[in-house]
Design a protein around this ligand. Structure first.
Ligand SMILES: O=C(O)CCC(=O)C1=CC=C[C@@H](O)[C@@H]1C(=O)O
Ligand SMILES: [Mg+2]
Length: 369
């Protein structure tokens, strides 16, 4: 697969609404869209999920550019790529920087699928033609606002509500939600806002029939999570703690979680994400596809990954209109009654909206091979 050119476009897009988690609030998103071009004019696209500041992980938009242009693109130039699965091996000598690696690998996966004239889902071995999706709701100004927000998303048919929690906005809030929605699938995401000192407080959540509690403890912990899971009925789901298949193996061996949120960027790309999926399938651990407030390219990659059969829980892949006035793909991602129909066109299955891409691009770098 002769790559002739890599393009890095830095985009700035403004979320429709501020998104608040236990870390803080964001509304202006800056990120990279990557493009891998072959000699026949085919283009594959990827998206980096790193944020402007290192609050979710140590990576940022700036570290992404540094690692992509100073290391990863050089490795791609120096090696003949025949299959995208080679890339994670080639990038192995570069420690960390999974989101930078994933952004480039994703563009090459899309290019590969287009050259084979198959969908990215088929290239990954996925068979689902539709995927169930849930929605992630940031911390709201009041419980009334939260209930109103949930009401709207329930009416839109989303299959599961993910509610952000933090100390002072947790048990009482979730009790109120459960009282209003006795049968609705509800999960909580704490984004590491608690410690083992909070065990007794977190155990109060066990009465609420939550589908899971996501990442209650340290962002890089699997030991304390194992202690917490041992005393909680509610399944713990790990997000930030899982960066690789190795982390997955250790977390499952320790009993740190019963569910894993797979995010392509966090684990370094689609090849590693598929390995984690396959390992979880062998060990009866449910997985779902998390979100990073992506634009349409990243959303399309998430949809393709979610077609693999161990993705048995609704993920965070909302429709484009959840976050964006205008997305960079056409058609946009649409959720109908909590379901996304998997596109059947080659590659990611959505076209790039060239005018929107140009409108949001604030910088572009081209690397010729
Ligand atoms: O992209 C989406 O719709 C979900 C976004 C979301 O919930 C998150 C994005 C980034 C970090 C976290 O705050 C949170 C998560 O943990 O999944
Ligand atoms: Mg999370």
């Amino acid at each position: 697969m002769p790559i002739k050119q890599i393009k890095l476009r830095k985009l700035q897009m403004r979320l429709k609404d501020p998104f608040t988690t236990s870390f803080g609030t964001m509304q202006d998103k800056e990120f990279y869209i990557t493009e891998a071009i072959d000699g026949e004019g085919n283009s594959g696209f990827g998206e980096s999920v790193a944020f402007i500041s290192p609050w979710y992980s140590e990576e940022t938009v700036k570290t992404n550019l540094h690692i992509m242009e100073d290391f990863l693109i050089k490795i791609l130039k120096e090696n003949e790529i025949s299959h995208p699965d080679q890339i994670s091996e080639l990038f192995q000598p570069i420690k960390g920087h999974n989101m930078a690696k994933s952004a480039l690998e994703g563009a090459i996966w899309d290019l590969y699928a287009k050259r084979q004239n198959i969908t990215l889902a088929e290239a990954l071995g996925g068979e689902k033609k539709e995927i169930d999706v849930g929605i992630s709701i940031g911390i709201q100004p009041s419980i009334e606002d939260l209930l109103q927000t949930i009401k709207g998303f329930v009416q839109e048919g989303y299959k599961r509500m993910k509610i952000k929690i933090k100390p002072g906005w947790d048990v009482d809030v979730l009790r109120e939600v459960r009282a209003n929605y006795p049968d609705l699938p509800i999960m909580a995401d704490a984004n590491s806002a608690y410690t083992l000192d909070d065990i007794e407080h977190l155990q109060k959540l066990d009465d609420l029939n939550l589908t899971m509690i996501e990442q209650p403890l340290g962002h890089d912990d699997i030991v304390d999570h194992a202690k917490l899971q041992a005393v909680m009925k509610t399944p713990i789901c790990l997000d930030e703690s899982i960066h690789s298949l190795e982390d997955t193996r250790k977390a499952i061996q320790l009993g740190s979680c019963k569910i894993i949120n797979i995010k392509i960027g966090r684990v370094g790309g689609l090849t590693e994400a598929k390995k984690i999926h396959d390992y979880c399938k062998d060990h009866d651990i449910a997985v779902w596809c998390g979100g990073m407030l992506e634009a349409g390219v990243g959303r399309a990659h998430n949809i393709a990954l979610t077609t693999l059969d161990q993705f048995i829980l609704p993920g965070d892949t909302a429709g484009s209109s959840r976050y964006w006035v205008k997305d960079i793909i056409k058609p946009e991602v649409v959720v109908h009654k909590g379901v996304i129909t998997v596109p059947d066109k080659p590659g990611i299955g959505y076209d790039i909206d060239e005018s929107a891409l140009e409108e949001f691009t604030v910088d572009e770098k081209v690397f010729n091979f």
